[in-house]
Design a binder for this molecule. Structure first.
Ligand code: MLC
Ligand code: AMP
Length: 504
């Protein structure tokens, strides 16, 4: 047996001397170097007793070495478990206890705190810094530069990515080698990637977009990337003439439009601009076309399913739509309650099936069962319709979720944290239109009787426990929350009341 995903990359790999990444610190890294260094890291994993199927939890700053570690995990048969660098120790403690990793790799600056947490679940802790240095690299640098990849079949796990849930507890989405390989193959074909492409990679590499959509597509086409530690709009403009593709969340495009240097001349070498992870406003699509002459290609995916739909490469890229189901993906619009298929044009639950769709949530068979129909379709929680020309439109969400700058925030998690504070009676967290982040997390809070708790105090208290990007941009105090006759908080009324909060 072969190693399903890594062999797929290998089969498309160019000559060892070809460039894989040019990094913003001036370094360049070839395909040959990637093979040698990921082999050394894979040896190190085996030395650390990582066995096939063991989880390797990784919370490190973006660096080329972090990508090599992902590849080493694949080659060693381990399950890669990337974690947002913004996660607090409270959040990490939950992930470690749930996933029970064999090994935790973290930034040197956080090593002592994280090692103490990891120890509780019996995991060893090694470090990997932004500059690529750390105890893991030290150990790997003494090991052989070739490695016999551990056999892994299509259904074996390649990665677990945690996604928050409507109940406030995060769930680990289990992604197989074939989930990732099939999607990367389809995207390479659909978006016409070749070995000549140069992608500007400015996304974080701990979520689906930057890790699988961007990185896997490059590896699957033998192309290269300009690998940026951070999204810096002025720098992205300066890189455009040397690149052929940019992938980003809508906030990237909104911020780039604020740059003077964005024009047709700057964008003339670009083959395609791709957007996803959150809705791209039709207004941004139009403004981009006016400035650059390019219609942004919008696609739709999620952690559990990888990419589901895409606007066409050739053909009309329609603003406000996410295009057509990708080859191999079946998408239907169903009645949210019964699951019965709805007629074309009707709004309902978006459900998908295909080789891209994950196998289930880690150690949560009941939650997994609840999110699949009996005939195998996954219930995305997104509401949409298919128009007369077959374009899929996302018109809302059946799940209580806020997407801010491409990051998902589940209100339930924040409400539980806020409600637990002394001085708070209850709260409702909503998303409100925000010019930069798309939606701004907003907390509407009812104080407890005689309490004088302030917004700053609330943010200070929960800021110790949840990642910074989840924190409400505003806290609003009210006497009571609007409720329907069943006693349920009417978030639609709150969203309406505060709709101009960030734009007025
Ligand atoms: C940063 N902050 C955010 C935020 N990002 N707040 C809300 N939403 C966000 N997305 C906070 C910071 O902590 C900081 O707080 C303040 O906002 C200002 O930070 P900044 O310097 O403006 O932020 P920046 O570092 O520039 O980050 C913005 C960003 C980043 C848009 C570049 O959020 C980003 O890279 N987003 C991409 C997320 C992504 O990859 N999503 C894909 C998920 S996969 P303070 O208090 O310090 O001022 C998926 C599936 C699919 O969804 O289909 O792809
Ligand atoms: P995540 O759980 O982080 O993978 O986020 C997935 C969610 O992001 C989806 O369920 C959608 O709600 C949303 N999403 C992704 N791409 C788009 C898009 N192009 N338009 C609208 N929503 C999107």
């Amino acid at each position: 047996m072969s190693n399903h995903l890594f062999d797929a990359f290998r089969s498309r790999m160019p000559a060892p001397g070809r460039l894989l990444m040019e990094i913003d610190d001036g370094r360049s890294l070839s395909y040959g170097y990637m093979l040698e260094r990921s082999a050394q890291l894979a040896h190190a994993l085996l030395q650390l007793d990582v066995e096939p199927g063991d989880r390797v939890a990784v919370q490190v700053e973006k660096s080329p070495e972090a990508v090599l570690l992902y590849l080493a995990c694949l080659r060693a048969g381990a399950v890669f478990l990337p974690l947002n660098t913004a996660y607090t120790l409270t959040e990490l403690e939950y992930f470690f206890s749930d996933a029970e990793p064999r090994l935790v790799v973290c930034d040197p600056a956080r090593a002592s705190d994280i090692a103490a947490l990891a120890e509780k679940t019996g995991a060893a802790t090694l470090t990997l810094g932004r500059d690529g240095q750390g105890t893991l690299t030290d150990q790997a640098s003494r090991l052989p530069m070739d490695f016999h990849d551990v056999a892994r079949g299509p259904d074996d796990l390649a990665a677990i990515l945690y996604t928050s849930g409507t109940t406030g507890r995060s769930k680990g989405a289990m992604l197989s080698h074939e989930n990732l390989a099939s999607n990367a193959r389809v995207l390479v074909e659909h978006w016409r990637f070749t070995g000549e492409d140069v992608l500007i990679h400015a996304l974080p590499i701990f979520h689906t977009h930057g890790l699988f959509v961007a990185t896997n597509v490059i590896l699957m086409s033998g192309a290269s990337m300009l690998f940026e530690q951070k999204f810096d709009p002025a720098r992205i403009i300066s890189l455009l003439p040397r690149a052929t593709v940019l992938m980003g969340v809508p906030t990237f495009y909104v911020r780039l439009l604020q740059q003077d240097g964005l024009d047709r001349e700057a964008a003339k070498n670009i083959r395609v601009f791709i957007s996803g992870s959150a809705p791209l406003l039709a207004e941004t699509h139009r403004a981009w076309r006016e400035r650059t002459g390019h219609a942004i290609l919008e696609r739709y995916g999620m952690t559990e399913t990888n990419m589901n739909t895409s606007n066409p490469y050739q053909g009309e890229r329609r603003a406000g739509t996410v295009g057509f189901p990708l080859p191999g993906v079946t998408l239907r619009i169903a009645d949210p309650d019964s699951g019965a298929a709805l007629a074309q044009g009707e709004v309902g639950m978006i459900e998908v099936k295909g080789p891209n769709v994950f196998g289930g949530y880690w150690r949560m068979p009941e939650k997994t069962k609840a999110e699949f129909r009996a005939d195998g379709f996954f219930i995305t929680g997104d509401l949409g319709l298919i128009d007369a020309d077959g374009y899929v439109h996302i018109v809302g969400r059946g799940k209580d979720l806020v997407i801010s700058g491409g990051y998902n925030i589940y209100p339930k998690e924040l409400e539980s944290e806020i409600d637990a504070l002394d001085g708070v009676s209850e709260s409702a967290v909503i998303g409100v239109a925000h010019p930069d982040f798309g939606e701004g997390v907003t907390a509407v809070v009812v104080r407890a009787p005689a309490s004088r708790i302030t917004g700053a105090e609330i943010l200070g208290a929960i800021g110790e426990r949840v990642a910074k990007y989840k924190l409400p941009k505003r806290v609003i105090f009210v006497d009571e929350l609007p409720r329907n006759t069943m006693g349920k908080v009417q978030k639609n009324l709150l969203r309406e009341t505060y709709k101009d909060l960030y734009t007025a």
